[in-house]
Ligand binder design. Structure first.
Ligand code: TYD
Ligand code: MG
Length: 463
């Protein structure tokens, strides 16, 4: 009898190893390797077995002149939520596969049930496949969301072959698979939720989506224990990867694109979980600034840019004398290397003696900001806390800080200023270069005083 071969897979990132390891060398997670059977690679016959069953449209896959190929914009369907559409790049593309990852209970099923109903409206049937809930349970949720339509079909199934069988009968324009961890294909014998099953089902779904020109939305739970594989093992298979984030203690949820073959990856969608489902938040700046303390040292409002949208965010810094041998530096929501660099620049170019001081930085609202335009805001927050002098609450700050302490121009100053004006800010401190460009364009704010700075010391003086 042939010996069964096994491989150890990291449930976090899909790394393979012939022997067990305590820590995954690829993603660095501890205790995430699980033994799985090696499956023989699929033969050609197996691959085409389910494809041959139905009449998949061969016509659309015949070669054709490039001039006759439909542009992506014409293949997009709106999801009924402007926030979700924005993150997708303007709606969901027919034939694309979108993975939505997130912690259990964050609202993935809610978002997808709501949007699937809208995707189907006026376009055709849509199919919601649940491997976790019975049709009655899905119905219960739908009642809460006030959804009841004839084009939304519900199927409780976990076998991939059955799903495709039903999909070929229903002929939907979009399918939701909730969740990938509960699905399995009969072609391989590993348990549902294993790396091999998840990958195989996802690539078959990808295959189906492209052949039948159907949009497929896959739910992937992010798991803490590592007993079932997480959505990261699928990231390279699907077209678009979105993560749903948020604290369960707060009603706000952020949808972020990690990968998108049909749009930009730095878009952000903000939602609020209400009694009747997820609602779009059109004005996230107002939301993020709602609980800002007045006249507290170390709090600064920066104008950041997330994709096509400017967002005003509160940054907080706390600087206090360190009683330990080495000063502690901690940053939440911003890159800690950037913070170290800025602290060094503050020390050397602005004369702040930060050695021996613990420095903590936090981006309020729990979002992650990566652009350098918030540099000046971080520096201002640190200086404000260090000197115990509050920053004027009606001032917005943005600008990149160079190693020589110079303030460099950033992209889209006009959008940032407009957003600040909209929220009633009175003063904006920005790079001199941006101010000059704005002046040339005649785009200077009317109700807002714009002050250009070229050096860090000059900026801190003003603040
Ligand atoms: P759910 O979509 O089931 O999460 P996931 O699929 O990511 O596991 O969301 C579950 C949570 O959302 C649950 O705690 C109840 C809450 N919720 C609302 O607050 N309002 C609603 O209208 C719905 C449907 C759910
Ligand atoms: Mg769910």
């Amino acid at each position: 009898m042939a010996k069964i071969k096994t491989v150890f897979y990291c449930q976090e990132c899909g790394y393979q190893s012939p022997k067990w390891l305590g820590k995954c060398p690829d993603c660095g997670v501890w205790n995430s390797l699980v033994e799985e059977r090696v499956e023989p690679t699929l033969g050609k016959n197996q691959e085409s077995r389910w494809l041959a069953q139905g009449e998949l449209d061969r016509e659309i896959w015949a070669p054709k002149p490039i001039s006759q190929i439909l542009p992506v914009s014409e293949m997009r369907a709106k999801t009924g939520s402007s926030e979700f559409d924005r993150v997708l790049g303007g709606g969901i593309v027919a034939g694309s596969v979108v993975l939505i990852g997130g912690d259990p209970g964050i609202g993935k099923s809610t978002l997808l049930l709501q949007s699937l109903d809208q995707i189907g409206a006026g376009r055709g049937k849509v199919l919601y496949v649940s491997g976790e809930e019975s049709p009655a349970q899905v119905k219960l949720r739908a009642d809460r969301l006030r959804i009841s339509s004839d084009h939304l079909y519900i199927l409780a199934e976990t076998a991939f072959e059955e799903i495709i069988h039903h999909a070929q009968a229903v002929q939907p324009v979009a399918i939701v698979i909730d969740s990938i961890q509960t699905m399995y294909t009969r072609q391989i014998s590993s348990a549902p939720g294993s790396v091999t099953q998840i990958r195989e089902v996802a690539s078959q779904l990808m295959f189906y989506a492209k052949r039948a020109n159907v949009a497929v939305l896959i739910v992937g739970h992010v798991t803490k224990e590592g007993s079932i594989a997480g959505p990261r093992v699928l990231e390279h298979i699907v077209d678009t990867v979105l993560y749903f984030e948020g604290d369960k203690g707060h009603p706000y949820r952020i949808l972020r694109a990690i990968k998108n073959r049909f749009g930009s990856t730095n878009e952000l969608g903000v939602f609020e979980m209400k009694g009747a489902g997820l609602a779009d938040v059109d004005n996230p700046s107002g939301l993020f600034l709602a609980e800002r303390p007045r006249d507290a040292a170390g709090s600064v409002v920066v104008a950041a840019q997330e994709g096509t949208r400017p967002i005003l965010i509160e940054l907080q810094a706390l600087v206090s004398a360190s009683y330990l041998g080495t000063a502690r530096r901690m940053a939440l929501g911003v890159d800690s290397n950037r913070v170290s660099l800025l602290l060094a620049v503050l020390e050397k170019r602005a004369g702040l003696h930060l050695a021996g001081q613990d420095v903590f930085i936090n981006v309020v609202s729990g979002i992650q900001v990566e652009e350098p335009a918030i540099d000046l805001g971080i520096a201002a927050a640190v200086a404000s806390s260090f000197r115990e002098r509050p920053v004027d609450p009606a001032t917005v700050i943005f600008g990149e800080v160079g190693l020589a302490g110079e303030i460099r121009g950033v992209q889209q100053p006009t959008l940032r200023i407009r957003e600040a004006e909209k929220l009633g800010f009175k003063r904006c401190i920005l790079p001199k270069r941006n101010q000059e460009l704005l002046r040339e364009e005649g785009e200077i704010g009317n109700t807002l005083e714009v002050i250009g700075v070229s050096h860090l010391a000059e900026a801190l003086e003003l603040i």
